[in-house]
Design a protein around this ligand. Sequence first.
Ligand code: UDP
Length: 479
Amino acid sequence: IMHTGKVHVALVASPGMGHLIPVLELGKRLVSHHGISATIFVVTMDASLSRSQLLKVSGITDDFLDVVLLPAVDISARVDKTTGILRQMAMMVHEALPSLRSAILAMEVQPIALIVDMFATEAFVVAEEFMMFKYVFVTTNAWFLALTVHGPNLDKEVDQDDHINNQKPIHIPGCEPVRFVDCYEQFLRRNKVYFRMGTEISTADGILVNSFYDLEPLTLAALHDTRKVGLAPKAPVYPIGPLVRPVELSLRGEVLRWLDMQPKESVLYVSFGSGGTLSAKQTIELAWGLENSQQRFIWVVRPPVENDSAATVFKSNGVNNDFLDYLPEGFLNRTCKNGLVVPKWAPQTEILSHPSIGGFLSHCGWNSSLESIVNGVPMIVWPLYAEQKMNATVLAEHIGVATRSKLLAPKGVVGRDAIAAMIQKIMVDKEGEAIRAKVKMLKSCAVKAVSNGGSSYNALAIVAEECKIGMQRRNAKTG
Ligand code: UDP
């Protein structure tokens, strides 16, 4: 890998595909559009993950972009059932710091900046040691960023008690209020790791967010005018999205060939991301809802898990196709003409970009949401955990590219009739026309934003320019 003659930056991705995918895309964008050379450090607990696998998944071939897997971390001896997911994430990143440090030390051309995703701010200490710029990349939306940096500023007694005890909305200056039921669970629990994250994000030299102006105009304007709204970030916020994984032609397998044979915009894609799971009862209702809607579908099914909607976040559950036992009797036979059931994992961006897709029932992970938008696919939002309820509200209410069930309580079961009605609305009914039109419009805004001269392109260009100037200054000092 060549870093000489170029401005070199380092990126750090925390564990989880939902973070890794956008960080890889950011690295690619910096290199291909802005003349930077980049090294992406990947923190993982999966010792079987290989560099070649990652290069293949992300389609990286550029000479100026390298991916380095840090030695797999193992925190199993220090966690138990009570250790929250954010703390685990922070522990994993922390454990990877010595290897990150030595890797940077060993580099011929020292990177001028460290760009970490929002769960890897632990790595900022390394940036400080090496006198590098520190940037944070928020791989979700600006509204969640606003809540996160606003949290540590709140008057703990007054604001939070009002919010939590009286279930009042959180008012973030300049932004839509966050309803109690939508609020990120760690906020409600006053999770120390989460609030520390908010404080650390605010210490960055810049905050990159995977969003764009037309998607979140109000929130981004509020974050832009930091002093006026009294938000915590002293750093400028750069909306640089949507950064999504591009379509891999090599992934054209059975599912894509089946899609080739279906009419235009006739198929609903159903998936709950890399970690989402449903209960057994809900799985059955969903199956009936799909069947009764009489629409075509592709459903990525996981074995049901009770009372844990994030059951597969860091692990896969079930080894074979035992999920078939959980579907209603005869479901596969009755739906085999119209539907395709895929166990556990499907080539999602390839599916969503296919012309036969007409809707997406999604858990609203932010990557999935953006992938839907860039393909102009209207959604049914079915948030499960993490910040997904806020994402769902952005999609369904702030911008109107999705529909949602009023019954989607975290523990309640959504019935088959309600599901069939939502599917018909999004796919065929006149009622869903405005939603379908809006998402198509937003698709063209998204394309513009990341093209040469677009708002997100220009925002990233500013960051790249800062790095170039920083590098020149450093060279002038040392040279
Ligand atoms: N994904 C996929 N196939 C699947 C499920 C997920 O390719 O069966 C990809 C999806 O395209 C997205 C990422 O995994 O890029 C999931 O990220 P997201 O933020 O949507 O949700 P998370 O999995 O982090 O909850």
